[in-house]
Ligand binder design. Structure first.
Ligand SMILES: [Zn+2]
Length: 250
């Protein structure tokens, strides 16, 4: 029976019958994988701790006919700080959902793996989980070749601030009034555009040093939500959950 090892982050864990789970992993070696984890919901299971969502674990996997399965696993980094705070947990679910939704099975990408791991560490530590998640979204889009165009009009290269800019996810970036088709664009100010450029280059662990007004935060959220929706071909469920949560918190 063939066995192989991977280092992976658990993106998703779905309950099945008889204490089984199906895990979606993002592994360093093989990219996204779906594997079966048998008996992990039994209280005495030794694997239990290492298969929770967002865990960074070492897996020994056994090749199977339909799904490969977890033979052994050991948690390297279980991120307890993400599980005790609803907002951090919500954003951790969001970044995991984005990796799941925007990557294909079995395509390794070291940059995505490292970005995800670093982001989970930052979410656990920093006070501004929202900005960490926005910075992550921009970087992930960039790493996967989906980075929106933020310097001038994506079509003609012309000026976009008249005085505010429009953003078109379908066109792939900021767009001037002449080139804009007039449907599906979202409004965006100078501060939000400058902040997105900063978020792209900033270390996620130091991201709470960036000062952004609540209006620009909302614009960035709308722009990135449109981008993600366009590329995932659906709205992020975790993002919708975070929007609802925010209405209770404010
Ligand atoms: Zn234009």
């Amino acid at each position: 029976m063939k066995l192989y090892r991977v280092q992976a982050i658990v993106l998703n864990s779905r309950e099945m019958r008889d204490a089984h789970r199906v895990l979606t992993l993002f592994s360093r070696e093989q990219g996204k994988l779906r594997v079966a984890a048998h008996g992990v919901d039994k209280p005495a299971s030794r694997k239990r701790g290492a298969v929770q969502p967002f865990c960074h674990s070492e897996f020994l996997l056994r090749c199977g006919r339909e799904l490969d399965s977890v033979s052994q696993c050991e948690g390297r980094d279980i991120f307890p700080g993400l599980r005790t705070n609803l907002q951090r947990m919500g954003y951790a679910a969001y970044v995991a959902e984005l990796v799941d939704g925007l990557t294909a099975d079995g395509e390794p990408n070291e940059n995505v793996f490292r970005l995800l791991l670093h982001t989970l560490r930052a979410l656990e530590k920093t006070g501004d989980a929202e900005l960490v998640a926005r910075g992550f979204t921009l970087r992930l889009l960039s790493v996967l070749g989906y980075m929106p165009h933020l310097n001038g009009c994506v079509d003609c290269g012309g000026e976009v601030f008249t005085p505010r800019a429009r953003f078109s996810a379908a066109a792939g970036g900021l767009i001037c009034p002449e080139c804009a088709p007039g449907i599906g664009e979202v409004d965006c100010g100078r501060e939000a555009v400058a902040a997105m450029k900063s978020l792209l280059s900033w270390d996620p662990c130091k991201i709470d040093r960036i000062r952004i007004s609540s209006r620009s935060r909302e614009e960035i959220r709308t722009v990135l939500d449109a981008c993600v929706q366009w590329h995932m071909e659906k709205r992020s469920r975790s993002m919708q959950f975070m929007e609802k949560l925010q209405t209770y918190l404010t």
